[in-house]
Design a protein around this ligand. Sequence first.
Ligand code: MG
Length: 378
Amino acid sequence: MKHICILGSTGSIGTQTLDVISHFPDDFLVTGLSAHQDISRLRQQIQQFKPPAVCVVDQQKADELAQTVSIPVYSGQDGLKQLVELATHDMVVNSVVGAAGLVPTLHAMQHGKDIALANKETIVMAGELVMQTAKEAGVQILPIDSEHSAIFQCLTGHASNDIQRLILTCSGGPYLGKSREQLKNVTVQQSLNHPTWNMGAKISIDSATLMNKGLEVIEAHWLFDISGDAIDVVIHPEAIIHSLVEFKDGSLQAQMAEPDARLPIQVALTYPRRFNRIVKKLNLSKPLTFAEPDTNSFPCLNLAYQALQIGGTMPCALNAANEIAVERYLEGSIDFLEIPRFIEHVIHSHQPVRHPKLTDILRVNEEIRQSFSALKIP
Ligand code: MG
């Protein structure tokens, strides 16, 4: 029986992880849950899965929950650390949204926990540090992001020097085929409406700008130790092929399934075993199409490649700029095309630190957040 702690259990990936676990009650035990502030959903999850401890990041909500449950309720960022270090967990699923996922991930690894990683920002901000920490602690990082799960599955059993290229598929998001002119006045509601995947707000906007794919290129670089120029992106609107690996002999291997995040979650939780299917069976009668990404309408993709190539803290700066720009877009204070303009501005002004330590990464993340209000977007 594998003991699982889920950070961000009330979000989209968190609830889908619990759904997977509920199908295999003899194989998994929930040993910890955390939420940012949605204590009503967390309370339901506590009743159903009976974890021995939980954490609520928002202090007031943590106090409120503690009055009504009989298990320990940790709180704040320190509470996340206290939760993940408990001896009971074998694996920590990180489905926190954004930069907040970094510190608990490092802490969990340092305490010997394998990580199932949905929080790509963690690895974009601090790829070198995260991979180094995993290596030193002797723990595994299993990707939950569907593209990286696909590549992980395709690479199993192959030598790294046989790999020629990784090809990440991209559905294209809600604005596939639109010109810059047409993107000028798109509403937040339209941007949130992803055609194939059902996801949280941050990642839905990232999918609309294609920054999600840019972050995934950086994520793939670190997870699979492949240089950025050997990672390509192809538009595949049906989202059936979840990514491909090209080997040096010209053979390509792909992983296919209906777009349902529960499958990569299941793969991560059960690895190296395979459990029975809970997702819809793939219908192979539909045509599959592919196209080049339009980097004129969606400049975020190239900005991510640039940040990866520059290296050091530049991907961290890119991620922080993107997070804050998306927050401002969601609250209505900037428009859609200002998201890449702000990020580009940050890339041009940031002086990267080489081989950053955790303190460098947290400082850069904080500085860029603070710079937003002082800056006029060009
Ligand atoms: Mg993905």
